[in-house]
Design a protein around this ligand. Structure first.
Ligand SMILES: [Zn+2]
Length: 407
């Protein structure tokens, strides 16, 4: 089956083009190309799809439930009690809802850490986008609990090993919820399996104050920081710690909306990260602290948050757009070029049309995405995702049922 996107603009490339897609890849970019199936790209722009590098997809069910609280009370009084009632079915429908929202707003791949990840993987496979999924390992210093958590992690990796769209990760939650022994085990497993490691680092001032010495130095001593590590947040770090992140060649997932909503106290130091050469990408975090998965919104807030420093040249639109399409999750698509994986989105053109990269960063929203293609498969056409009504209905039921358990 050959798919052709007809008569489209390509972000960053002059002229009108046809894009021919075969066997999941961009085979040819040219004119008057023929295929078996067509998408009309007239008046639209094609971009590599966005990558959301930190989220907890099933938390879509929690949207609007825990608002305007400091992070520790938000977790202890609202989120953890609700999570203790979660079932596999909840995670399945919550993840389906998240995938639907991501497909509709231009995200083609995401990096997730949560519970009942077999159900999340099933949802991802059915929805057709790509995901790196990890079981959120938490042992709270309890040796027996660590043994159970290790087994859950190993079982999940086995369960998804042959899945087409899912890459497993090892996902210790954070330095304050996992013992040193647990963190070390995670680092060793990630390296042995050659799979990513996903962790929250330095989200709050409390986290760094409770640590005896530097959080980053401590994690570095445990060998957890390396090129396959994706570190979410990284807000409360000094210059020396940022240098360590750069030396270890890891990826930071910057989550400005979640950080601002949970009042973590200051913006991530993007300027120093950029100067030191840290790879910075964008994540929404979960819907309990965002409250959506729209990467257009995330990138705009990321860019304007940095300018609050008084330096309007911080995170210019080109750099911000680069963070949306960068490919730390190894999807194989970070540009619209022949040979790349066809993980593409079509975005409605804007009026006037001075600079479309600027439009993506500062003026458009997820609603501007009309079509989403992953590995050549059309997941959304003309704004419609097959089965979306059923997902909304089922997810709504699961959310109401869950909330009723804690009242
Ligand atoms: Zn998170």
């Amino acid at each position: 089956m050959v798919l052709v996107i007809k008569d489209c603009n390509i972000v960053g490339k002059k002229g009108n083009w046809d894009i021919k897609i075969k066997d999941g890849k961009i085979q040819e970019i040219g004119h008057c190309l023929d295929g078996d199936e067509y998408i009309d790209g007239n008046g639209k722009y094609v971009s590599p799809g966005f990558k959301n590098t930190h989220t907890h997809a099933a938390m879509t069910l929690f949207r609007g439930y825990a608002e305007d609280l400091p992070l520790d009370r938000w977790l202890q009084e609202k989120i953890w009690p609700l999570e203790s009632e979660l079932t596999e079915e909840d995670v399945y429908w919550g993840t389906k809802l998240a995938c639907l929202e991501m497909i509709k707003s231009g995200t083609v791949a995401f990096n997730d850490m949560y519970f009942y990840m077999g159900s999340a993987a099933k949802a991802v496979e059915e929805m057709g986008l790509k995901a790196t999924l990890g079981y959120g390992l938490i042992d709270l210093g309890d040796e027996d609990k660590l043994e159970e958590e290790k087994q859950t992690t190993l079982d999940f990796i086995e369960e998804v090993r042959d899945m087409a769209n899912v890459t497993p990760s090892v996902s210790p939650h954070a330095v304050y919820t996992v013992s040193d022994e647990g963190l070390q085990w995670c680092a060793e497993l990630s390296k042995k399996e050659g799979i990513p490691l996903h962790i929250h680092i330095a989200e709050t001032e409390k986290e760094i104050k409770e640590q005896d010495g530097s959080v980053v130095e401590h994690l570095d001593d445990l060998d957890i920081l390396y090129e396959k590590t994706v570190a979410a947040h990284c807000v409360w770090l000094d210059e020396h710690e940022i240098e360590i992140l750069a030396e270890r060649d890891l990826t930071v997932s910057h989550c400005p909306v979640s950080n601002m909503k949970l009042g973590v106290g200051k913006p991530m130091d993007y300027g120093t990260m950029k100067k030191k050469g840290v790879r910075v990408t964008l994540g929404t975090d979960g819907c309990a602290s965002n409250n959506n998965l729209d990467m257009f919104e995330e990138v705009k807030i990321a860019a304007i948050q940095q300018k609050m420093s008084g330096d309007t040249t911080m995170m210019p639109a080109g750099d911000a757009y680069g963070m949306l399409i960068d490919d730390p999750l190894d999807t194989g698509c970070y540009a619209v070029n022949e040979g790349m994986s066809a993980d593409l989105i079509l975005i409605e053109g804007s009026v006037p049309n001075h600079d479309f990269v600027s439009d993506i960063v500062y003026s458009l929203s997820g609603c501007s995405v009309t079509d989403t293609v992953v590995e050549g498969k059309v997941l959304m056409k003309d704004g419609y995702v097959e089965g979306e009504e059923n997902i909304l209905e089922k997810a709504s039921y699961r959310a109401s049922r869950l909330i009723s358990k804690v009242f």
